[in-house]
Design a protein around this ligand. Structure first.
Ligand SMILES: NCCOCCOCCNC(=O)c1ccc(S(N)(=O)=O)cc1
Ligand SMILES: [Zn+2]
Length: 261
């Protein structure tokens, strides 16, 4: 059916504009960030994360990435400040990554990729009634992007990587309670921000992007566990390893990237 998209040769990012013409739009993501061309904006305050009462629900393989969903029926876990006019509710987080030794981040910095990128997805529940409605509105979503760089083992990422075997196949979901993603964040939340889109179909131009400058450090072994997932369902005969699930940088088309400091 028309909604089948992926990261392969025939269904990958270069073909998405066939079913999703907005792929060639004016505020597409990700982008290549050029720090020296980013405008330092002294009015940009710090990002404030209130995740202390967040409620994680499950971890799932949706055939494109591994996603941890949160309870978002109230303002128990929100991001605010920075470029945001309202608090935005945490809905889910997921990752994008490469193949062994290759890079897999979506945003790049001066043409350089990181090994992976974590996206914490939030929606504007002040202005919109549902996530779906917010996901189609120009100021509906705020996604916090964190780069992952390989090095020492990350002390908390094992809580996720130890669960990945339970969601190997597309469509698998398992309970994942009591996880607070604040443990994944680097020490500094200095960031770049710009107006962009979802980086996967439907590619809605509804995202205020907040890309944190400092990467989180994870081990190659921890990253390798993400590659034990497969894009395909348990019933399918071919097993296609889940890796390189990233969209390459898109044209800036005159947008300004601002820097917190
Ligand atoms: N059809 C009604 C609901 O429409 C919502 C559209 O999006 C639904 C699924 N996609 C997402 O929620 C979604 C969320 C974040 C990102 S990303 N990689 O830009 O952070 C990409 C995609
Ligand atoms: Zn993403």
């Amino acid at each position: 059916t028309g909604n089948q998209w992926g990261y392969g040769k025939d269904d990958g990012p270069s073909a998405w504009n066939i079913n999703y013409p907005v792929a060639d739009g004016d505020r597409q993501s990700p982008i290549d960030i050029l720090p020296h061309q980013a405008r330092h904006d002294p009015n940009l305050g710090p990002i404030v994360l209130n995740y202390d009462r967040c409620t994680s629900i499950n971890i799932a393989n949706n055939g494109h990435s591994v996603v941890v969903e949160f309870e978002d029926s109230d303002d128990r876990s929100v991001i605010q400040g920075g470029p945001l006019d309202n608090p935005y509710r945490l809905k889910q987080f997921h990752f994008h990554w490469g193949g062994k030794g290759c890079h897999g981040s979506e945003h790049t910095v001066e043409g350089n990729s990181y090994a992976s990128e974590l996206h914490l997805v939030h929606w504007n529940a002040v202005k919109f009634k549902t996530f779906g409605e917010a996901a189609s509105a120009p100021d509906g979503l705020a996604v916090l992007g964190i780069f992952l760089e390989t090095g020492d083992e990350h002390r908390w990422l094992h809580m996720i990587t130890d669960s990945l075997y339970t969601v190997k196949f597309k469509g698998s979901v398992t309970d994942f309670k009591g996880f607070n993603p604040k443990c994944l964040l680097p020490s500094s939340l200095h960031y770049w921000t710009y107006l962009g889109s979802l980086t996967t179909p439907p590619l809605h131009e509804s995202v205020i992007w907040i890309v944190v400058k400092e990467p989180m450090i994870v081990s190659e072994k921890q990253l390798g566990k993400f590659r034990t997932l497969v894009f395909t369902g348990e019933e399918e005969d071919e097993r296609t390893r889940m890796e390189n699930n990233f969209r390459p940088p898109q044209l800036l088309k005159g947008r300004t990237v601002r820097s917190s400091n």
